[in-house]
Ligand binder design. Structure first.
Ligand SMILES: Nc1nc2c(ncn2[C@@H]2O[C@H](COP(=O)(O)OP(=O)(O)OP(=O)(O)O)[C@@H](O)[C@H]2O)c(=O)[nH]1
Ligand SMILES: [Mg+2]
Length: 245
């Protein structure tokens, strides 16, 4: 047996509620009982904040200059001699402490190959700092620095912090780009310059920390008014637009 129910704009015509519901309706509004009755909206899950600021960094430069190795040395203190060219884009996270602030570095590693240009340039906009990498044993990778600088002008935020790295400085015997040339182009563009080696771990941490410090210096400091940060909607501090929590 089933009730014959007819839907109508005002509700269900011809429907007779079960006896228990009718008694409740007669008794008037109910008091909330634990675990029963009135449903209240639940607060969104809150996560304990584990950092004060989030900085998004980007590594760019020709294929094979050592971007992935530079990042891997910084994030995992490791080095791999096998060349596995990056496909599209990848990232690593490392939290550092600067001036008493926990800074989460989200570091995007782009593929240097031309065929990934469209996807990689779409990541420039969110970057707060960009490392341009060339290989001191590869003249072409240095010549292309001006092309990478133009890409930044075209696709990144105007106030992005830039840094030039001449990588593989452990290979002095194969050097074709004098250090002075790197210093000169960096000076011309008003950016910092380091020669690095992912292999020998030269200047890697210094470069990342200096870039983070430079970004921190121009980040307006706003004290948070809550102990917690809401991560439920991917919110909180997510980069360029909200540099501070
Ligand atoms: N000697 C030496 N070799 C390095 C150094 N850094 C990277 N390499 C080597 O250079 C090759 C390329 O390194 P990757 O880090 O994969 O280059 P990449 O810039 O990420 O290249 P794409 O992902 O194609 O853009 C690898 O064989 C590395 O072992 C370094 O500091 N010194
Ligand atoms: Mg790579």
């Amino acid at each position: 047996m089933h009730a014959d129910v007819t839907a109508s704009p005002g509700g269900l015509r011809g429907y007779r509620a079960p006896l228990r519901s009718r008694r409740r309706a007669k008794a008037g509004p109910q008091r909330a009982e634990p675990g029963r009755g009135v449903m209240r909206p639940q607060p969104l899950p809150m996560a304990k904040k584990t950092y004060d600021l989030l900085f998004k960094l980007l590594l760019i430069g020709d294929s094979g200059v050592g971007k992935t190795c530079v990042l891997f040395r910084f994030s995992d203190d490791a080095f791999n001699t096998t060349f596995i060219s990056t496909i599209g884009i990848d990232f690593k996270i490392k939290t550092v402490e600067l001036q008493g602030k926990k800074i989460k570095l989200q570091i995007w590693d782009t593929a240097g190959q031309e065929r990934f240009h469209t996807i990689t340039t779409s990541y420039y906009r969110g970057a707060m700092g960009i490392m341009l990498v060339y290989d001191i044993t590869n003249a072409k990778s240095f010549e292309n620095i001006s092309k990478w600088l133009r890409n930044i002008d075209e696709h990144a935020n105007e106030d992005v912090e830039r840094m030039l790295l001449g990588n593989k400085c452990d290979m002095e015997d194969k050097r074709v780009v004098p250090k002075a040339k790197g210093e000169q182009i960096a000076r011309e563009h008003g950016i910092r310059f380091f020669e690095t080696s992912a292999k020998a771990n030269i200047n890697i941490e210094k470069a990342f920390l200096t870039l983070a410090e430079d970004i921190l210096r121009k980040t307006p400091v706003k004290e948070p008014n809550s102990e917690n940060v809401d991560i439920s909607s991917g919110g909180g501090v997510t980069g360029w637009k909200s540099k501070c929590c």
